[in-house]
Design a protein around this ligand. Structure first.
Ligand code: S3P
Length: 448
């Protein structure tokens, strides 16, 4: 079911005090999606804590409820999923609406390709512009039948096909495509393998293993054999490092900051943002490293530091793929030039993040130049205020909205950001948490 929240605008304001405090940002989005999906397909009851009650993962939850899976109403991050087994899903009465969420659409396409019934997957305007051919192609090779609007959603997935295993070499570094193929592989005859061109987040492989489903991994290759079963288990979802990233940059660029972020997921396929910020001179300390439910977690302490421009190593790009909007803000505050290459995937995220960020940064007076696969930014350095005033439309992209809110910490004027209702897809409560640690931000609703 479609849910249209009221349009919201953020207006940045001067910092109320040096950023400080100890906070826990909401649960990891990737893990929240997967906990519902695998919990639904498991045998037994999966109890989830730390679940992200953001629109994206809630859409996944609603879709599985619509397919007959009893799932409790999330409360304070707690969700109880009564698994129906790999073959227990029921035909939904209506198309499955996933809103803004590429992860829901691509991962669910893999699961739905293996069902006995037809389904239709739809999403919002931003999602209907994003490429789905990248999952349609391998699924079709497996014997799935998928109709689409020239490789875009809505997708109609015809049930009742017998899937066969494939050995798929991914043409791009994409955890969503890898996960889609592996999830379809649960329903295929034989051993399905994926080989990725660069390491991407491995939450699906880890969580399948945690649910007792064997995943054979060897470097870039991951394989599953169809016909097994998943066994329910408890899942503790750590705080999302992609949400923590806004505060890592905020505290790095705001004078006098000293902030601690609790229980952050530290999966090595997600920590590129820390590596990149440290290369730029950031002061980030990893405290109390530990393990929670098959994933490494830690507390992160970040203090303000003078940043300098760098050439971002391409190997770090997939490991920080969602963090570039806010990393561009860090680059604008750094001394010297930052160069990003090998990041063409940014053009097909919730928005074209290269174009939208370059336009917004330029409107704010930053020397930012978009390139085909990245960005060149000449930063203003620690002693200047790199951002002026402008009104920015985040183009339906939550991470663009939050990145410009962080830029407000070092703005000479006011930044007005329209359509911040999309922030709720990944980070409900962002503005309140930003204000709580000392950031200046007002939120207004367009009620007309
Ligand atoms: C995700 C994978 C990434 C990431 C997205 C979440 C996932 O996308 O950008 O926010 O949960 O698997 P790609 O796999 O398309 O790079």
């Amino acid at each position: 079911m479609q849910h249209n929240p009221p349009a919201t605008t953020y207006t940045t304001a001067p910092m109320q005090r040096p950023l400080s405090g100890e906070i826990r940002v909401p649960g990891d989005k990737s893990l929240s999606h997967r906990s519902i999906m695998l919990g639904a397909l498991a045998e037994g009851v999966t109890e989830i804590t730390g679940f992200l009650q953001g629109e994206d993962s809630l859409n996944t939850l609603r879709c599985f409820r619509a397919m007959g899976v009893p799932i409790s109403e999330p409360c304070d991050g707690f969700v109880r999923v009564e698994g129906v087994g790999l073959h227990g899903l029921k035909p939904p009465a209506a198309p499955l609406y996933v809103g803004n969420s590429g992860t829901s659409m691509r991962l669910m396409a893999g699961i739905l390709a293996g069902q006995a019934f037809d389904t239709v997957l739809t999403g919002d305007e931003s999602l209907s512009r994003r490429p789905m051919k990248r999952v349609i192609d391998p699924l079709t090779q497996m014997g799935a039948v998928i109709e689409s609007a020239e490789g875009r959603s809505p997708l109609t997935i015809r049930g009742g096909q017998s899937l066969r295993a494939i050995d798929y070499v991914l043409p791009m570094a994409s955890a969503q495509v890898k996960s889609c193929v592996l999830l379809a592989g649960l329903y295929a005859a034989g051993q399905t393998c994926t080989t990725e061109p660069a390491p991407t987040r491995d939450h699906t492989e880890r969580m399948l293993t945690g649910f007792g489903y064997a995943v054979a991994r060897d470097g870039a290759r991951a394989c599953v054999t169809g016909g097994g079963a998943l066994t329910a288990r408890a899942i503790d979802v750590p705080a999302d490092i992609s949400s923590a990233a806004f505060f890592l940059v905020a505290a790095s660029i705001a004078p006098g900051a000293d902030l601690t972020l609790r229980h952050v997921g530290m999966n090595p396929t997600r920590t590129g943002v820390i590596d990149i910020l440290r290369l730029m001179g950031a002061d980030i300390t990893v405290e109390n490293p530990r393990e929670a439910g098959g994933e490494p977690v830690a507390d992160l302490r970040v203090k303000s530091a003078p940043l300098h421009g760098i050439t971002i190593p391409e190997a770090l790009v997939p490991l920080a793929i969602d963090e570039f909007p806010v990393l561009f803000v860090a680059a604008a505050c750094a001394t010297g030039r930052t160069v990003l290459t090998g990041a063409e995937e940014l053009r097909v995220k919730e928005s074209d993040r290269i174009a939208v960020m370059a336009d917004g940064l330029s409107a704010l007076g930053v020397a930012a130049q978009a390139t085909a696969d990245g960005m060149i930014i000449d930063g203003a350095g620690a002693c200047a205020l790199p951002f002026g005033s402008a009104r920015i439309d985040c183009q339906g992209d939550h991470r663009i909205a939050m990145a410009f809110a962080v830029a407000g910490l070092r703005a000479a004027g006011t930044i007005t950001i329209d359509h911040c209702e999309f922030v709720d897809t990944s980070f409900p409560g962002f503005a309140a948490l930003f204000q709580q640690v000392g950031g200046g931000l007002t939120v207004s609703e367009l009620t007309a």
